[in-house]
Design a binder for this molecule. Structure first.
Ligand code: JB2
Length: 216
């Protein structure tokens, strides 16, 4: 076991995404020293007993040699907050932990880069690459030989079939399917439930077909 695995953790952000991370980390017996966010966290039971720091500068009281950070800000489309905060902390020489839930299935022949977060029930198959600081959310499937860029968010139950390539800052919404060998360029967004059969260029959005709602 590398020494980094046993360092205590500071969680950046204290909302829904952070609560899932802390749940995973508590189950793994990791020591969480503090949750760092400007807002009240008392309504989330999963944070009980954990110190609450309200300013990002409060982290500077901890030596970068003694702690690892977990960025608990969820990445919604076109939101740069997670990356901005990471850059602030990286400039102060802090490092980020990689978080993989116990029930995630990650092939030993996949490569998961630093700071990635893989949630419960997700599947990452042989030959896949998960880029730094990307989120593979609950139940998402990353099939063989996919290459996921940095700061992607693959939302719950999205499926990327084999050899899909995504560049940085790509968002794939919940339940979407991307067929094999598709390329999603930087900042591309796939709406929840969409089925993607063509490459997306930089900043392109694939909307799902609209549900028809009628009254009986
Ligand atoms: O500058 C900041 C800052 N600004 C907001 N520094 C730090 N350290 N924390 C900051 N925050 C904190 O981010 C807020 O105080 C809050 O605790 C958190 C955002 O929480 P929220 O629940 O609004 O969003 P989320 O990022 O945890 O989850 C979103 O993304 C997930 C992927 C939600 O939309 C979820 O539904 C989604 N699953």
């Amino acid at each position: 076991m590398s020494s980094s695995l046993i360092k205590p953790l500071l969680i950046i952000g204290g909302g829904g995404h952070a609560s899932v991370l802390v749940d995973i980390l508590r189950a793994q017996g990791r020591e969480v020293l503090a949750v760092v966010c400007p807002d009240d966290i008392s309504m989330r039971r999963v944070f009980s007993g954990i110190r609450h720091l309200t300013k990002d500068d409060d982290v500077l009281a901890f030596s970068p040699d003694d702690v690892l950070l977990v960025n608990g800000i969820g990445m919604l489309p076109a939101s740069g907050l997670k990356r901005t905060l990471n850059q602030y902390y990286l400039s102060h020489h802090y490092q980020f932990e990689t978080v993989i839930a116990e029930s995630a299935q990650v092939s030993p022949f996949a490569n998961v880069e630093v700071g990635a977060q893989i949630f419960a029930g997700a599947i990452v198959q042989a030959g896949a690459q998960i880029g730094a600081h990307s989120v593979i959310n609950s139940g998402a499937v990353i099939e063989h030989d996919c290459s996921i860029g940095h700061y992607n968010h693959i939302a719950p139950r999205a499926t990327l079939c084999g050899q899909v390539i995504t560049q940085d800052d790509v968002y794939v919404g919940a339940g979407a399917t991307v067929i094999q060998s598709i390329m999603l360029a930087k900042n591309a967004i796939v709406g929840a439930g969409a089925i993607v059969t063509k490459h997306l260029s930089v900043n392109q959005i694939c909307y799902p077909s609209r549900a028809t709602i009628k009254t009986l």
